[in-house]
Design a protein around this ligand. Structure first.
Ligand code: PEP
Ligand code: MG
Length: 580
């Protein structure tokens, strides 16, 4: 019998091996809430539809061109048919008319009208008709995903040990599906620093990113994914199963055992300087107590994941319980609680955030919180109430201007006054710091460092905004590189500003856990690196091999490198020399 085994190499996004069956989430799974839109918004919906159609046409054209190079005529013809469907003038006109007549969103109307066409085709006996319904679905899926419609997670059925396959997952979906015992995730889009990947790593659930994965894997097909190597095997044979099972057994408890093995925390450089290694956390989990036992602090607690988990803003009491628990678990360490960084890819589509053309440049982080002071103050109240042990710090995300810090600080002072009047205990000296993750903040780090209590550099966003390259877009992944000299210059400026004003400075973007970058940060004088717990063990062991004076020389030569590639080469040769 002919084997239809397929082995694909993708991008490793979250380590671990998952063995199971694929559940491909298609456009059929997309539920779009029916909402009446104001008459004035109809044109914006029509414009979004035009944009989604144009982007889909470009995407399909690219697929067709690639297919005609790699395969013979019939394959390329599939994409010709898809292009005809996507650009069907009469159909698009009908959608536009209904948007105006019914005052419904483009996504809602588009999906309803597509279903009217595909439903009878699906029931037809004629295989040609059924095939046609699949082509229409494939196009609709592309257009609807560009209209920013979200899948209804509750409606998607799957048994335990399923590996979910989709174009992309929202962080909320990763959380929900994990709770429902999904074994792993394979997505077609989204980079290693996408929030989807961050949350998968923090939940220790395997994830890979493979272009066109939803087209490559049939629903229900047996599948193995290896989130450490990025390898995916569709329809694996017995040897694949045996090998994956063996590897999974070996990897399983590795993280916890490794952290337990760590001896000197915080680690010291070869010349005896302390480098604080901290953890980035998203939600309460089994790793917390182990980290706390080793006195590993929390350099970034992404509280917006509570919002994503609940599907709404948790009330003050619910938040208080979580923050108080963290403060207690980490009683002997400092914990930096970051206020909600909601928006961009970390939001519910149907919430008050609505559709934005450029969400990463839009209403996210501190920007939205300052305009929703009740929600912000409820979060601050919960944090302050949990701060009585004096081990918490508050951090504000996405600060791009000093005035944002000052406005947030005023709101925090108001809450403090209210708590004082109500005789609720809290830490009146609680440090309030900011993330530097927007170039404007890095460029004005001197102004900011003068005022704030501490700074943590968020290199994930700093890279995306400096390079103008979406952190989750595989097409610009070549540009998205935290080792680019421009990003390194901004990091250096920020660290120097903190030193000048004697303010603590840390790094909490993904690069903080990068072994290659460690000597650079030691040389720059960064005091704390906060990272995914999976990176802690290796980083801690490396610190002791590095001498500060040597690392300072390295900084000088790295800062003169003309490109990210040259920086990487320089750091690699330093690393090789260390190993000798
Ligand atoms: C960052 O931008 O580097 C960061 C740590 O924040 P997040 O990844 O949550 O956006
Ligand atoms: Mg960020």
């Amino acid at each position: 019998m002919k084997s239809n085994r397929k082995l694909i190499k993708g991008v490793p996004a979250s380590p671990g091996i998952a063995i199971g069956h694929a559940r491909v989430i298609l456009a059929d799974d997309i539920r779009i809430p029916e909402m009446i839109i104001p008459a004035g918004r109809c044109q914006a919906e029509i414009d979004s539809l035009d944009k989604a159609v144009a982007a889909t046409m470009a995407e399909v054209r690219k697929l067709r061109d690639a297919a005609s190079k790699k395969a013979s005529g019939p394959i390329a013809k599939i994409f010709d048919a898809q292009m005809m469907i996507a650009s069907d003038y009469d159909f698009i006109q009908q959608v536009k008319e209904e948007i105006v007549a019914k005052r419904r969103s483009a996504g809602f109307v588009y999906k309803q009208l597509v279903e009217k066409i595909t439903h009878p085709l699906r029931q037809a006996n004629d295989p040609y008709m059924r095939q046609m319904s699949m082509e229409i679905d494939a196009v609709a899926r592309k257009i609807l995903s560009k209209l920013g419609t979200g899948a209804s997670d509750e409606d998607i059925e799957f048994p335990a040990n399923t590996i979910l396959v989709s174009q992309v997952f929202t962080p909320g979906q990763v959380l929900t599906f994990r709770d429902r015992k999904a074994a792993g995730f394979a997505a077609a889009e989204g980079g290693r620093t996408s929030h989807m990947a961050l949350i998968a790593r923090s939940l220790m659930i395997p994830m890979v990113i493979v272009e066109d994965i939803s087209d490559l894997v049939p629903n229900d097909a047996p599948i193995i994914i290896d989130g450490s190597t990025g390898i995916v095997v569709i329809n694996p044979n017995e040897e694949d199963f045996a090998e994956a099972t063996r590897l999974r057994k070996r990897q399983g408890p590795a993280l916890i055992t490794q952290i337990k093995k760590l001896e000197t925390i915080p680690p010291k450089t070869a010349d005896g300087r302390t480098m604080h290694i901290a953890a980035n956390l998203e939600l309460p989990g089994p790793i917390d107590a182990i980290l706390a036992e080793k006195k590993i602090c929390v350099g970034l607690y992404r509280t917006e994941f509570l919002y994503l988990r609940e599907g709404d803003y948790p009330d003050e009491e619910t938040q208080y319980q979580v923050y108080a628990q963290i403060a207690e678990t980490f009683a002997h360490c400092k914990v930096i609680l970051r206020t909600y960084d909601i928006g961009s890819d970390k939001m519910k589509e149907d919430g008050e955030f609505g559709h934005e053309d450029n969400p990463a440049l839009g209403w996210r982080g501190i920007r939205s919180m300052l305009e929703m002071p009740d929600i912000f103050k409820a979060q601050i109240r919960a944090m302050l109430r949990a701060s009585a042990r004096k081990n918490l710090k508050v951090m504000l995300p996405m600060i791009s201007d000093l005035s944002e810090y000052e406005r947030a600080r005023k709101l925090i002072q108001q809450v403090m006054l209210e708590l004082k009047r109500a005789r609720v205990p809290f830490d009146p000296e609680i440090p309030v710091g900011i993330m530097v993750e927007v170039p404007s903040a890095a460029l004005t780090a001197d102004l900011l460092a003068r005022k704030v209590d501490f700074i943590s550099i968020g290199t994930n966003d700093l890279t995306q905004y400096t390079m103008s390259a979406d952190r989750a877009n595989a097409r610009v992944a070549n540009l998205y590189n935290s080792y680019h000299p421009s990003v390194l210059q901004l990091i250096k400026m920020t660290v120097e500003a903190c030193k000048k004003h004697r303010k603590p400075v840390s790094i909490c973007g993904e690069i903080a856990g990068d072994q290659l970058a460690l000597p650079l940060f030691i040389g720059l004088g960064v005091e704390q690196l906060s990272m995914n717990p999976a990176k802690i063990y290796d980083l801690c062991r490396l610190v002791g091999k590095i001498d500060t004076a040597v690392a300072r020389h390295l900084v000088e030569s790295v800062m003169n490198c003309p490109s990210a590639a040259a920086v990487t080469r320089r750091l690699e040769s330093f690393r090789e020399a260390l190993e000798k």
